[in-house]
Design a protein around this ligand. Structure first.
Ligand SMILES: *[C@@H]1O[C@H](CO)[C@@H](O)[C@H](O)[C@H]1NC(C)=O
Ligand SMILES: [Ca+2]
Length: 225
């Protein structure tokens, strides 16, 4: 009998914990910073002598109905454009259209210019309980189709908006171009479409990874409101 009561109380406590965890209210604003570590000082002869830039970063806060970027999945045309040309126009247009139509996007952010070697760029995102995910990306430029990114990152943990979070950025190959050199995106003669398209994957899985698996940047997420 005592045992049954204990079990009952335990499961009650568990249920309460679960419902408390699942509960979310309000909204938050986050600053997401990408720092570019692709400097000659850090990478020496591995990269061009002036370093590499991150193309104008773009991102969105969104619901679980949407994944703009899925590792081990195919790149969308929007992600391909960013990865190969550094232009985020298609991504931003799609994200804004989805937001306008109420289809899973709350906030769209885009940087005005590139992130120079050694420098950082901040983008700001409003999130709420239905749209707690942040995805943000940019091209490593010049490159064939290599990006830095965070994807589908949940700002809610245990029912609460997180305060801050940091991590490293490594290079990802989006699987649409087979080039292996740091070539200029305008040099179309060096375009080597990957047929068939491959999955988005860490560049380090390619034996010819020019960065040798090293960290190419850092991200810092900070709740500011
Ligand atoms: C470095 O980043 C800051 C903030 O994003 C920006 O205002 C500044 O112009 C950048 N400097 C260079 C040299 O790009
Ligand atoms: Ca590639």
């Amino acid at each position: 009998m005592i045992r049954q009561v204990t079990v009952f109380l335990l499961s009650l406590a568990l249920l309460q914990a679960v419902s408390a965890d699942g509960h979310c209210s309000g909204k938050a604003i986050y600053r997401v910073s990408f720092q570019n570590l692709l400097t000659p000082k850090n990478f020496g002869n591995l990269i061009p002598e002036n370093g590499l830039v991150f193309s104008p970063l773009a991102g969105a806060s969104h619901s679980n109905r949407i994944s703009f970027l899925t590792i081990r999945g195919f790149a969308s045309p929007q992600v391909e454009q960013i990865a190969e040309t550094g232009q985020n126009g298609r991504f931003v247009t799609l994200a804004r259209n989805l937001r306008r139509q109420g289809r899973g996007v709350l906030h769209v952010a885009a940087a005005k210019g590139p992130t120079m070697p050694g420098n950082f760029t901040n983008l700001f995102y409003a999130v709420d309980c239905a749209h707690p995910f942040i995805t943000m990306l940019g091209m490593i430029a010049p490159s064939p189709d290599w990006i830095v990114q965070i994807n589908n990152r949940n700002m809610i943990r245990d029912g609460k908006f997180i305060t801050r979070e940091s991590g490293t950025l490594i290079a990802y190959d989006v699987g649409t171009d087979s080039g292996r050199e740091f070539t200029s995106p305008v040099d179309a003669s060096l375009d080597m479409p990957t047929e068939p398209q491959m999955n988005i994957a860490p560049l380090v899985e390619d034996e010819t990874d020019r960065f040798q698996g090293r960290v190419v940047g850092r991200f810092h997420i900070q709740r500011i409101k």
